[in-house]
Design a protein around this ligand. Structure first.
Ligand code: DGJ
Length: 381
């Protein structure tokens, strides 16, 4: 009996130790689609995120979600994690907190998605942009929000939110597209995806005075130090790429439309050997669809669409390239000092938002474009 008890205790102890270790990031590899834990053994909570490198440290910013359906609203803010090796992530806390103040743009319960941070060497500020929907207004506000900080992990101070480029036409619009025909569709409903109303309406003309819609977004800093915001606009029908002001806190008014009426979401721009690449998705809400890729020789285009770069299958979701492994793109970043670019995807879990998972895979460049090939486990070279 005593031996049995001792065995039981040893077994229990081993199980606890085993569980604890399996909950702490392994520190030696990336396991796309697996459960990822921080260095405290807690679930990594940084959805729709992006990674910024600064002075030897990677900072991962993302939506800090709570459990359940409620987690699709911003109840806490933007979380930040740091790492020097991209395997082990330390929780740096909440970089930008939502506020209890009623009527505030980032009032608790708003929708705050896809936060991204870039560093401005001239102002020495870290600048965060995100997609913002005002509390209680669904996805109709379609604004971008901006916050700044003196330190990479924050705290970030909210500056303002707005629609984009009010009163300014893009560089590549036709006279026909400038005609506001929205009155013809007064009773029409937008689905958020490819629908007849958005297809036929010149949404850009409708929104000319009040500013262009800005939903799924990302930031990109070019080699010359200019920064750009790419975002789903015009009821998600068309991407805009917009140059930012020198301090990175505003749209400059110089922008282009890319892939009109092709319904791209989740855009991420990256650059290798002088060529610009785009990774994005279609528009199907929280459900996965086929990833998209495109290439250009200039940031303002012309952009050429290349097709779905995904290859392989995610054993956790059972989904293959046709549904992007069950994920949706959120960022592509370069591993400092190497020829490795990492494509980040979210496996959304809207019914229990906090527990969405992460897929990070290396980008494989080809003669025409690039692929993102599934790996169960991989290491940086
Ligand atoms: C897809 C977007 O990419 C997400 O960021 C989020 O806005 C969902 N749609 C909401 O349905």
């Amino acid at each position: 009996m005593k031996r049995l008890k001792t065995f039981g205790c040893v077994f229990f102890f081993a199980a606890v130790v085993g569980f604890t270790f399996s909950c702490i990031s392994t520190g030696e590899s990336l396991r796309p689609g697996a459960a990822w834990y921080d260095t405290n053994g807690r679930w990594i909570n940084a959805h729709g995120g992006g990674v910024m490198h600064h002075e030897g440290v990677y900072y991962w910013f993302g939506e800090h979600k709570i459990a359940g359906w409620a987690g699709n609203k911003a109840m806490v803010g933007v979380g930040c994690y740091s790492s020097t090796d991209l395997y082990n992530w330390k929780d740096e806390g909440i970089a930008l907190a939502v506020t209890e103040q009623s009527g505030h743009d980032i009032e608790k319960g708003c929708i705050l998605e896809r936060p991204k941070v870039i560093y401005n060497p001239k102002t020495q500020k870290f600048v965060m942009w995100f997609h913002l929907e005002l509390k209680g207004q669904g996805y109709t506000a379609a604004r971008f929000g901006v916050a700044v900080a003196d330190n990479p992990a924050g705290p970030y101070k909210f500056l303002y939110s707005s629609r984009a480029n009010a009163g300014v036409w893009p560089l590549n619009i036709t006279d026909e597209e400038k005609i506001d025909n929205s009155a013809e569709f007064a009773d029409g409903q937008f689905s958020g995806g490819d629908d007849d109303v958005a297809r036929k309406m010149n949404v850009i003309a409708r929104d000319f005075e009040g500013g262009q819609m800005a939903r799924d977004m990302n930031l990109f800093v070019d080699d010359d130090g200019s920064a750009y915001c790419v975002y789903s606009s015009e009821e998600n029908g068309t991407l805009h790429i917009s140059r930012l002001t020198d301090d990175f806190t505003r749209h400059s008014g110089e922008y282009v439309r890319v892939f009109p009426k092709r319904w791209h979401e989740a855009p991420a721009i990256f650059k290798k050997d002088g060529r610009y690449y785009l990774l994005s998705s279609g528009c199907t809400g929280w459900s996965p669809n086929a990833a998209r890729s495109a290439v250009a020789d200039s940031i303002f285009g012309p952009w050429v669409e290349l097709g779905n770069p995904a290859q392989g299958r995610n054993p956790y979701t059972g989904m293959d390239h046709s549904l992007t492994f069950g994920g949706q793109s959120t960022c592509v970043f370069r591993v400092e000092g190497t020829d490795t670019w990492i494509a980040m995807f979210d496996i959304w879990r809207p019914e229990n938002a906090k527990y969405g998972r992460y897929v990070w895979l290396p980008v494989t460049f080809t003669a025409d474009g690039y692929k993102v090939i599934w790996e169960d486990e991989w290491k940086l070279k």
